[in-house]
Ligand binder design. Sequence first.
Ligand code: SF4
Length: 452
Amino acid sequence: MRHFHLWTIGCQMNKAESWHLAGMLAAAGYAESPRLDDADLVVLNTCVVRQSAEDRIVGTLGLLEGIKRRRPAMRIAVTGCFAARDRTALLAKYPHVDLFFGSGEYAAFSEWLDGSQAQDAAGDSRARPCDEVEVRPPAPADDAEDASGVSMYVPIIQGCNNFCTYCIVPYTRGREVSRPPEDVEAEVRQLVSRGTKEVVLLGQNVDSYGHDLPGHPSLAGLLEQLQPLTGLLRIRFLTNHPKDMSPSLIETMARLGKVCEHVDLALQSGDDDILRAMGRGYTVQTFCRLVDDLRGGIPGIAISTDIIVGFPGETDSQFENTYELLERLRLDVVHVAAYSPRPGTAAARRLADSVSEEVKAERLHRIEVLQERVSAEINETYVSHPAEVLVLGRRKGRWFGRTRTDKLVFFDAEDELGGRLVSVHIAQASPWALQGQLVYNSPVTVRRNPSP
Ligand code: SF4
């Protein structure tokens, strides 16, 4: 039997696409290999949103070059944002790669797979690029050992029209393309029929969903459409854009019992001048008003966010504005990254990367320390209360799942609980997770967690 190894970095969209590629490879008769150097076919699914990710790709391609020298029959395919660049130039620079194909170009990958199997038989192995696009897949929505399909990613919109000045996504994934609501519903129905209990609707900007489709369906409308599906217990979505999140979406979230009390709302900076230079399209004041509306409309809602430190020209006082805003808003989770220029973006073309790496690292560390404290304090409020947990699987012998507010919960139990909604009495909290005891004989229905 032939073996494939799939190496994935990047966002949930990449994970969703890798899941689909793994399914295609299994259907083509390949078995998965955990080791890169044992595989007959290696697929790298890449991300170039940050320089550090790009460095890892280049390092892995170097490693593969050495392996391929020893085992010339091994095939290498590269997809994702790295492969969105000039493919003729990529093939010239990395001649040991057999195929570069863009995100979601499954038809092209499938055709190449068929052709390469035939070429293997004929002893011919030529590299070529491809340019087709189609198909969107689901994937398990938790990174860990949960491959059970209890929670699944469902992409609903690809690409982005926003062109934030630092971001490479509109160049690598193209403009927004939404899936028709009936297509999304059919996929969710199919997933539920196979045991899925939760879907996470994905998009670079889910709030833009539907504007490019006939009749302009909205994310709120899609949530209404999915809410009645029997067997589906929870619905989540990410990522939201503060300038596009509508009052009607908040009202719909508050009303629909299956829609979880959690949003991922990228702030990026707490300084208006930096937000303007980033091209984000909102101010600190409008972001704060949105947080107030969410917290007022949806009691107990958890809000996670993204922050970039060291954007070109960010002064000490502009950074302090971000720090103080985060301290004041007390969001549940903050993903923080240091700015790195991405070739081709407006910021990389027009603005000098003026903040030193040392200062970026110091600012990043300060936000991490602040957020560790804030997350610990928020999570502590769950202690001594029951929480409704959707059980996703086992990790190191313990059951784990998530609350409606997306808190990771660990607990012990003998019973088989995968895919069940259970009540867990929370006994301990850390900034990253909750620990508790299963409450036996406590039937859990689909309902909202009490406000912590
Ligand atoms: S909204 Fe901005 S940061 Fe997000 S994907 Fe689009 S361009 Fe990139």
